[in-house]
Design a protein around this ligand. Structure first.
Ligand code: THU
Length: 131
């Protein structure tokens, strides 16, 4: 578990959360994903009038990191209203890129939980493609 300063990640998650597009649920989420070099990629939830097309904040942040060519995540800070953890789909998506520490913070940036992803999603699905 990294003890590096969490503040920049928390700030990035809160800033992303401020841009959440959540007119349907009213539940705003921001996420900030960190790479081994300390780079930060943020995302917010992006809802849609066709509800099922909604993108979760975590998956938007992961997509931003991957789009920039990164393939490894060390920590992911998730900021929302209460103490909500990442949904199952987002756990699986984060698992694709390592075993980041997942840090749950509230809307004020207060840390509530810190967990390894493997703890949040045991027995992850991994594809061992035929060669
Ligand atoms: N949401 C996230 O952004 N991340 C999660 O892990 C769970 C849920 C969003 C989706 C939707 O916009 C709102 O929260 C309510 O479900």
């Amino acid at each position: 578990m990294s003890d590096e300063n969490l503040s920049p990640l928390i700030e990035a998650a809160l800033a992303a959360r401020a841009n959440a597009h959540a007119p349907y649920s009213g539940f705003r989420v921001g996420a900030a994903a960190e790479t081994p070099d300390g780079e930060i990629f943020a995302g917010c939830n992006v809802e849609n009038a066709s509800y099922g097309l909604t993108n979760c904040a975590e998956r938007v942040a992961v997509a931003a990191a991957v789009t920039a060519g990164r393939r490894e995540l060390t920590r992911v800070v998730i900021a929302s209203e209460g103490k909500a953890g990442p949904c199952g789909a987002c756990r699986q998506v984060m698992a694709e890129f390592g075993d980041p520490e997942v840090v749950i913070v509230d809307g004020a940036g207060k840390v509530h939980r810190r967990r390894r992803l493997a703890e949040l999603l045991p027995e992850q699905f991994k594809l061992d493609p035929p060669r």
